[in-house]
Ligand binder design. Structure first.
Ligand code: NAP
Length: 243
């Protein structure tokens, strides 16, 4: 039977890699969300027309989740088996410069809309009696601390707490929730860092290298699969061994 997985942030970076890893299994169907359609995303959509559907949705919009994503895009009659909460933005600045508007916008995209999506995802798991798996993407900055990342890391810390408690609440219904804690990856999100800054970050890892997006994506597909049926409420670090 086809497994239907909802993935956010599919237009580039880790999200694209996650879609590729999920589609590597012929039995999987991806419902992908981002605001923009990139060339790479378009190619994936064309090459997997019967197993990959895309919606342009701005996750800063907390109000249209039910109508636009669940009623119109996925459809309530579609059994859902997984949700990967990957899309995120980083509000980088030192704490003394903090402003409410960008903080609220980041929380809408990174935390509030994903929490509302989780609500409908779990309802859809229950409606169709599927053994659903949720995977949130967090960041190593939650655990190590980096100058300028306090606001961003706080949003990821919120997801880690949300995931653990979701796992407790819904485990009895065979619904699982886990977090993949990613190290620094070479994507658009980290592109503003200088070579020097990147070097200093990589020196703090055991492998002395950036985290490879494919390795993160493969861990996510494992957590989505039945192979991980006894894993829930966990944070799995894929971070080149950050110390
Ligand atoms: N890069 C790193 O070093 C690093 C480290 C640890 C954790 N992470 C986490 O890994 C995940 C993927 O990050 P990445 O590095 O792949 O980032 P990225 O290259 O910046 O990609 C972010 C994705 O999220 C989507 N997105 C952003 N704002 C959105 C919005 N308002 N509505 C809908 N979609 C939106 C973007 O699509 P559109 O712009 O088309 O909407 C894009 O597809 C994130 O959760 C990030 O926090 C990243």
């Amino acid at each position: 039977m086809m497994k239907n997985i909802l993935v956010t942030g599919v237009s580039r970076g880790l999200g694209l890699e996650i879609v590729k890893a999920i589609l590597a299994d012929d039995e999987n169907f991806v419902y992908g969300i981002s605001r923009l359609k990139t060339k790479e995303l378009d190619e994936l959509l064309i090459n997997n027309a019967n197993r990959f559907k895309w919606l342009s949705y701005d996750l800063s919009n907390v109000n249209d989740v039910r109508n636009k994503i669940f009623k119109e895009f996925i459809g309530v009659t579609t059994p859902l088996h997984g949700f990967v909460n990957n899309a995120a933005i980083a509000y980088d600045d030192i704490v003394t410069n903090l402003k409410y508007e960008p903080l609220l916008n980041m929380y809408n995209v990174n935390v509030f809309t994903p929490m509302i999506i989780s609500k409908y995802v779990i309802r859809q798991f229950l409606l169709h009696n599927t053994k659903g798996s949720i995977v949130h993407i967090s960041s190593i900055s939650v655990h190590t601390g980096y100058k300028g990342l306090a606001m961003y890391a706080s949003s990821k810390g919120a997801l880690e707490a949300f995931s653990k408690n979701t796992a407790r609440e819904w485990g009895e219904k065979t619904i699982r929730s886990n977090v993949v804690v990613a190290g620094f990856m070479e994507t658009e999100m980290s592109a503003m860092l200088s070579a020097d800054q990147k070097d200093r970050i990589y020196k703090r890892t055991s492998l002395k290298t950036p985290t490879v997006t494919k390795s993160v994506a493969e861990t996510i597909t494992f957590l989505l699969s039945q192979k991980a049926e006894s894993i829930t409420g966990q944070n799995i670090h894929v971070d080149s061994g950050t110390i």
